[in-house]
Design a protein around this ligand. Structure first.
Ligand code: NAI
Length: 298
């Protein structure tokens, strides 16, 4: 198969100074993309800032003959997102790809979770994804082309103890993409979700030791594919870690229907309600109404 290339494409990768983002930036640059390496340069809990992380990756890319520029704005502000997109346009004259990857952790059991820890995590993951994607999307829409990737987590899709703030943010970005995929489809803009897994400074204490290697390099090919013009996917969720790539999806059971539903009907028909046989994958919220109409007309 011909190698997938990104010549004449410009990509923003947020949080690309470390871990997964660094691997995405390095792979895209090695395949010919101009890359804006965004990183605030703080700690895993989001405190602090510095230029070192982004600059180091830019130097690594340039040393290998690639094109990259550093950006140290925080994605967690409207201005940061706008300046980041402006830096791509000013430096490289366009913007085709955005990988929303920046992230922090403030894990706490729910009864100890403070509003500050809740907000800090939502600010980077959820609002940050919006703050970067919004100006990027407006540019892409004007030019009729774009590839947007946002980052969820198994912790968001399936839940983890002590990660209610993180899970809320990580499911939030899935909702954002589900709508954006529909809105961008007519404008050549495809948006998808990656659920990665790798040993990084963020996951270091969470992932078990031993077992298959969990390097960021084993996630980057799935992300790069989602960034490629030949990728047909839109609104999908790919789970990628340790060399395994899979599709995660949201589905509904066919369910139980009764036009005169009572509380007792719900209790008496739990088996039917939970039965996954013939499950449905609505492509939009509106489609669930059509399922109801089908059942009602049976
Ligand atoms: P990491 O801590 O190695 O890298 C995250 C980067 O984001 C850091 O360099 C940090 O400085 C940057 N960042 C944080 N706040 C920022 C802000 N406001 N503006 C700009 N940059 C900021 O973490 P890792 O593991 O590479 O995670 C990358 C993404 O993947 C995150 O969204 C994380 O939630 C997600 N993820 C990671 C998993 C893993 O197993 N490592 C599992 C599931 C999801």
């Amino acid at each position: 198969m011909e190698q997938f290339r990104f010549e004449d494409r410009t990509a923003i990768v947020t949080g690309a100074g470390n871990g997964l983002g660094r691997a995405y930036a390095m792979l895209l640059a090695s395949r010919g993309a101009n890359v804006v390496v965004n990183d605030l340069g703080g700690a895993v809990d989001g405190t602090g800032a510095g230029e070192g992380a982004a600059m180091t990756v830019v130097q690594e890319i340039r040393a290998l003959g690639g094109a990259a520029v550093a950006d140290t704005h925080s994605v967690a502000t409207v201005e940061g997102g706008e300046m980041l997109v402006a830096s791509a346009l000013d430096t490289f004259g366009g913007l085709d790809i955005v990988v929303n990857n920046a992230g922090i952790l403030r894990d706490r059991a729910f009864h100890k979770l403070s509003p500050g820890d809740f907000d800090a995590v939502l600010d980077v993951h959820l609002r940050g994804t919006y703050f970067v994607t919004a100006p990027a999307y407006r540019h892409m829409r004007r030019h009729g082309y774009g590839r947007i990737v946002v980052t969820t987590s198994a912790a968001g899709l399936f839940g983890n103890f002590g990660q209610a703030n993180y899970g809320a943010a990580k499911m939030g970005v899935v909702g954002l993409v589900k709508a954006l995929a529909q809105e961008g489809a007519g404008h050549g803009i495809q948006s998808n979700v990656i659920a990665p897994g790798a040993s990084t400074r963020m996951s270091g204490s969470v992932l078990p030791a031993g077992g298959p290697a969990l390097t960021p390099d084993l996630v980057a090919p799935a992300v790069a594919y989602l960034c490629h013009e030949s990728c047909p996917l839109n609104g999908e969720i790919l789970s990628a870690f340790g060399g395994r790539v899979a599709r995660a999806f949201l589905a509904e059971t066919v369910g139980y229907y009764n036009g005169a539903l009572t509380v007792e009907d719900v209790a008496a028909n739990l088996g039917t309600i939970l039965d996954t046989d013939g499950y449905l994958e609505p492509r939009s919220g509106m489609e669930t109404l059509r399922v109801l109409e089908d059942l009602a007309n049976r």
